[in-house]
Design a protein around this ligand. Structure first.
Ligand SMILES: [Zn+2]
Length: 123
């Protein structure tokens, strides 16, 4: 008698779901000679290995853009509140904003060179 689609095992992996950041578990099923790997989080988001890597690539880009926005909007926030501080502290805050703008540019450079995972064969 052939046993199909039998769950071999499920175990947690040290990574989180790209959609909800919940912990991921890997399930390996066998279907004849084929091994099927499925990755699932606590709330039920389910990925094939390829879909997981594609979703993770999207998360990398989204999170880096969030960092750019946070660093760049720091100047706007400082401009809005510097009148509440002494001139010395206000100047220090503006100097810190210059550093944050440079750091935002560094992340923009990283984004320009960010490579999504490629899971398609190039043959
Ligand atoms: Zn999830």
């Amino acid at each position: 008698m052939e046993v199909r689609n039998t769950v071999d095992n499920t175990h947690p992996i040290q990574a989180t779901c790209p959609l909800c950041r919940g912990p991921l578990s890997e399930t390996v099923k066998t279907d004849g000679d084929r091994k099927l790997v499925e990755l699932k989080c606590l709330v039920g988001h389910c990925f094939s290995p390829r879909a997981l890597l594609e979703a993770h690539s999207q998360v990398e880009e989204t999170v880096l853009w969030s960092a750019v926005v946070a660093l760049e909007e720091a100047s706007i926030l400082v401009d809005a509140v510097t009148s509440q501080f002494t001139p010395q502290i206000a100047q220090r805050l503006r100097d810190q904003c210059l550093l944050k703008k440079r750091q935002a540019l560094d992340i923009r450079t990283i984004l320009e060179h960010l490579e999504p995972f490629e899971t398609e064969s190039t043959d």
